[in-house]
Design a protein. Structure first.
Length: 369
């Protein structure tokens, strides 16, 4: 079975982390999220995959060489924004097939039973299947309501009642290509907003398969950081999490577990590394600095005595001596934080400017006192 992976979005809700990278190439601990997705697809028996990319399509080119021979990968560059369904219709038309295929979002993190989903859709001879997961707050995604046999009866976009978890659309679809009959390529369509409601109105049967496994959409800063924490805590498999034996770690530096420290990271004497911290390649941390529950991306330098708590730091950032980055801050690539500068909680900063506003909560015990 072939999989089409939607990766053309601009990632505006993840700005400034998406200034230089499309969403699916942002790191989840030690590798881009799309590599985690592709590995999952291969383990679920997917035969081949095409990445439907946007303006930064060239960034995905390395994956055609990274891929194993068991699951070849190609990249298709979207000529203009076509929406989730428009991209699939246009690209699939250039590689026509009568066989059903999967569509997946490139920025999802999940441990769902894809093989079982496909088997249930085939057994029911469906044209359209949606994999459903439970969300604590369905207002972010909209409810998918099914009957007792799993057939979708209706969709509730942004329901007002969120008193209890509900089944939501994961962005993972099983589709028979004949369902696109009459839809023109090079036209913008969206699965959730346009096609699913239209197909229900036309009398097409849409099948929903419920899965109680882990699923998270990583399309916002809060959920991106939350997904990394979930990986750290083992809520979803991430492979080995720990300290590379090649990392240059000073003697007796305390490292809270779980944490990830890359091969080329350097940590000086007197530094404190708290739990759920990620230090990517070429990160350098000077004496007596404190880093807790934070993602520090490649090439960043944290100078003496600085404190970084519950933050996401981009590539090649310089954090001056005794600066303080408070919980919920996001610092974009190539920013410079001056000596003794305080970055308030929830600040979102890029090289072009600063936007205040808290975007997620950090446990009180992680606050510096």
């Amino acid at each position: 079975m072939h999989a089409w992976i939607l990766s053309g979005g601009r990632g505006t809700r993840l700005f400034p982390l998406t200034e230089d990278y499309p969403k699916p190439l942002l790191p989840l601990i030690h590798r881009p999220m799309i590599e985690t997705l592709l590995q999952k697809m291969e383990s679920e028996g997917i035969d081949s995959a095409t990445i439907l990319a946007g303006p930064m399509a060239a960034r995905f080119a390395y994956l055609t060489r990274w891929a194993s021979s068991k699951m070849p990968i190609t990249v298709w560059a979207e000529p203009s924004p076509l929406g989730t369904a428009g991209a699939v219709i246009t690209a699939q038309g250039k590689k026509p097939s009568s066989e059903p295929f999967l569509v997946l979002s490139g920025d999802g993190l999940f441990d769902l039973d894809i093989r079982g989903f496909v088997a249930k859709c085939r057994a029911a001879h469906v044209e359209v299947g949606i994999l459903l997961a439970q969300a604590a707050d369905p207002r972010e995604f909209g409810k998918v309501v099914t009957d007792t046999e799993g057939w979708v009866t209706h969709f509730e976009e942004k329901p007002l009642n969120a008193d209890q978890p509900a089944w939501v659309n994961t962005g993972i679809y099983y589709l028979n290509p004949q369902v696109f009959h009459g839809l023109l390529p090079q036209q913008p369509y969206d699965f959730g907003l346009d096609l699913f409601p239209r197909w229900l109105e036309q009398g097409k049967r849409v099948f929903g398969v419920r899965d109680h496994g882990y699923w998270s959409d990583l399309g916002t800063l809060a959920r991106y950081h939350g997904g990394i924490n979930d990986l750290m805590q083992g809520k979803v498999s991430a492979g080995r999490i720990g300290i590379s034996t090649s990392a240059k770690l000073a003697h007796r530096v305390p490292v809270g577990r779980p944490s990830w420290i890359a091969d080329t990271a350097e940590v000086a004497e007197g530094v404190t590394i708290g739990p759920r911290t990620v230090l990517n390649d070429r990160v350098r941390i000077a004496q007596n600095a404190v880093v807790k529950q934070s993602l520090i991306r490649s090439g960043t330098v944290i100078h003496q005595g600085a404190q970084v708590i519950g933050a996401v730091i981009g590539e090649d950032v310089v954090i001056g001596a005794y600066a303080r980055i408070e919980p919920g801050a996001v610092i974009g690539s190539r920013c410079r934080i001056e000596e003794n500068q305080r970055v308030p909680a929830g600040t979102v900063m890029s090289a072009d400017g600063v936007r205040p506003g808290r975007f997620f909560a950090v446990a009180a015990e992680l606050q510096v006192r």
